[in-house]
Design a protein around this ligand. Structure first.
Ligand SMILES: NC(=O)c1ccc[n+]([C@@H]2O[C@H](COP(=O)([O-])OP(=O)(O)OC[C@H]3O[C@@H](n4cnc5c(N)ncnc54)[C@H](O)[C@@H]3O)[C@@H](O)[C@H]2O)c1
Length: 225
């Protein structure tokens, strides 16, 4: 029975997101949490990989996510990355590697839909700007979600989309896309009011990462339809 469980290690396990992922994995009937890597827990990534996980979930810091992914893939461990603020293009050299990499700047279904609707609207309205609002401990700005939304909207609408970043205590993760045209505006807003909003997406990625159509794969939208 236990051999059919997906063995999951979490990097950044002592962090806000990592701790929430550990709880979600422990609550999933088809998964087993085998390691919590974090300097704050005195467990290195190497130690975590030695517990033979099938999948490493990384919610750490921008400067370490790439190295963590390379270590895991070299060990034959699939990787799900939620960390933002690093250049995903640097994962390209892992194409064709012996383990897969899945990255999403936002694992909340509502945020994925917000991006999809914003891209559609960008085709039809004259201008757009993004306001992203996050808690004051977030280390990167603009957010990965805002950067990806702006890039997708630019590709669809042919115009740059400026991003404004707000950092305040009391916030979790929020984004507003405001589009303007003659005599009208359209506002598309998503709010993650609790980190549990990201967990269904993270667990979906853990279940699917071993059988991706291509790797690296970027964006939760690829796993939804
Ligand atoms: N993709 C998404 O849906 C999503 C949602 C929310 C946050 N995030 C991103 O997740 C990341 C983590 O956010 P957070 O709020 O949990 O941050 P946090 O600061 O609370 O946690 C980061 C943790 O990583 C640990 N860490 C640092 N270096 C490490 C290493 N080499 N190995 C293992 N652990 C290491 C730190 O000790 C810390 O406990 C950020 O990049 C944030 O932007 C992504």
């Amino acid at each position: 029975m236990s051999s059919s469980l997906i063995r999951v290690a979490v990097a950044g396990a002592a962090g806000r997101m990592g701790a929430t992922v550990c709880e979600a994995v422990e609550g999933a009937e088809d998964m087993e949490l085998v390691a919590r890597a974090d300097p704050a827990l005195s467990m290195s990534l190497e130690d975590a990989l030695s517990s033979a996980p099938n999948v490493l979930v990384d919610f750490t810091i921008p400067s370490t996510a790439l190295a963590n992914a390379r270590h895991a893939v070299a060990a034959g461990v699939h990787v799900v990355i939620g960390t933002t603020g690093f250049d995903v293009a640097e994962l390209e050299d892992l194409r064709g590697a012996k383990a897969n990499v899945f990255v999403a700047p936002n694992f909340a279904i509502g945020a994925v839909l917000m991006m999809r609707f914003a891209v559609e609207a960008a085709r039809h309205m004259a201008g757009a700007e993004i306001i992203e609002l996050h808690h004051d401990r977030k280390v990167d700005a603009p957010s990965g979600t805002a950067a990806r939304t702006a890039a997708l909207m630019r590709d669809a609408g042919g115009r740059e989309v400026p991003i404004h970043s707000v950092r305040l205590p009391g916030l979790v993760a929020h984004q507003e896309v405001i589009l303007g045209d003659v005599g009208q505006t359209l506002t598309i807003r998503h709010d993650s009011v609790d980190r549990v909003s990201f967990m269904p997406g993270v667990l979906l990625a853990v279940r699917r990462v071993s059988a991706l159509a291509e790797s690296p794969m970027v964006g939760l939208e690829h796993l939804l339809d």
